[in-house]
Design a protein around this ligand. Structure first.
Ligand code: HEC
Length: 111
């Protein structure tokens, strides 16, 4: 290999590395953006109203009244992720960011 080729190779490797790491930080930025724009209320109305009701006090089939719940954010995230009783787990249906957003929304239902 002559010197010119070696130089091209080095530049090539450098570009591949630079592009690769740039792409990664871009997708991280997109993740952050999505997290910030996830609408917990929207998810709640789509996935949870059926049992818990608009106001969180419907109580279908013994659904806990979210208006009365004293669970912490972490505990809510756990219940929503893993389910409890007849409530199915949501960890395969919602992303961690969506679960956190909807958990935060359930805290707003507290009276
Ligand atoms: C199929 C009906 C059903 C759906 C859909 C459902 N839940 Fe539940 N949820 C329940 C029932 C029933 C319980 C009580 C479980 C138990 O304690 O045995 C419960 C408990 C909870 C609790 C714990 C409250 C406490 O104080 O113990 C939270 C938080 C919760 N649900 C949030 C949600 C969220 C958020 C969604 C939507 C992503 C959701 N649930 C969807 C039926 C449902």
């Amino acid at each position: 290999m002559n010197r010119k080729n070696v130089l091209f190779l080095i530049v090539g490797i450098f570009l591949a590395w630079a592009c690769g790491s740039k792409q990664q930080s871009n997708s991280k930025a997109i993740d952050k953006l999505q997290e910030a724009t996830i609408d917990g209320k929207n998810i709640y109305q789509r996935e949870c109203v059926l049992c818990h009701g608009e106001e969180g006090d419907k109580g279908v089939a013994g659904s806990a009244h979210l208006t009365q719940s004293s669970l912490t954010l972490e505990e809510r995230i756990y219940v929503i992720s893993n389910g409890r009783g007849i409530m199915q787990p949501f960890k395969n249906k919602l992303t961690p960011g969506e679960i956190e957003a909807v958990a935060r929304y359930t805290q707003e239902l507290k009276r």
